[in-house]
Design a protein. Structure first.
Length: 177
């Protein structure tokens, strides 16, 4: 379970622990600290894949080891080793905020996630190269094979009826929001 911009990893753990116990599932809730390079929405929500200007124009691609998305596979390896998990793939993963974090499947080649649940997106990144990133894939130079691989995943998108906040400081305040 990956927390949202609130950084409330402990709260997510508290809420999801009984459910994980009920279904005999392993729950892992990493914490992405603001002071560890994940302070802005570009760094955390958008995976720190690109350096963006104030108009969301892509200036450069960051080195892949600096992406927050690059932490998921090694985390799985650590948990697998410490917990003696025999799984060769991440069977299910819940991601919040869904908006761009679900794009991890597009930007991280050959990831081992089989299925994901993405919840309560502030916006959606559409698989459309005619729409500029972060609302689409325009300007990203995405490899068509990565897109095909991404769409081979089972992804469930959840929408919360009570998740109606539109002015929070972590939410995008752009004309396309």
């Amino acid at each position: 379970m990956i927390h949202g911009a609130s950084r409330a990893a402990e709260g997510y753990h508290a809420v999801w622990s009984p459910i994980a116990e009920q279904y005999n599932a392993l729950l892992v809730v990493p914490y992405f600290a603001k002071d560890a390079g994940f302070s802005t929405s570009d760094q955390f929500n958008l995976g720190n894949v690109f350096q963006l200007d104030s108009l969301d124009q892509i200036l450069a691609t960051n080195p892949e080891p600096d992406w927050s998305y690059s932490l998921i596979e090694p985390l799985f390896d650590v948990v697998r080793k410490k917990r003696v998990i025999v799984a060769k793939s991440i069977a299910s993963m819940a991601i919040r905020p869904a908006a761009s974090s679900c794009t991890v499947f597009i930007f991280k080649e050959k990831n081992r996630v089989k299925r994901a649940v993405c919840a309560n997106a502030g916006w959606y990144t559409m698989p459309d190269e005619s729409i500029r990133f972060p609302y689409g894939l325009g300007g990203t130079g995405i490899d068509p094979d990565n897109l095909k691989y991404a769409f081979s995943k089972r992804v469930h998108i959840l929408l919360g009826e009570a998740d109606t906040e539109t002015s929070g400081e972590s939410l995008r305040q752009t004309p396309k929001r």
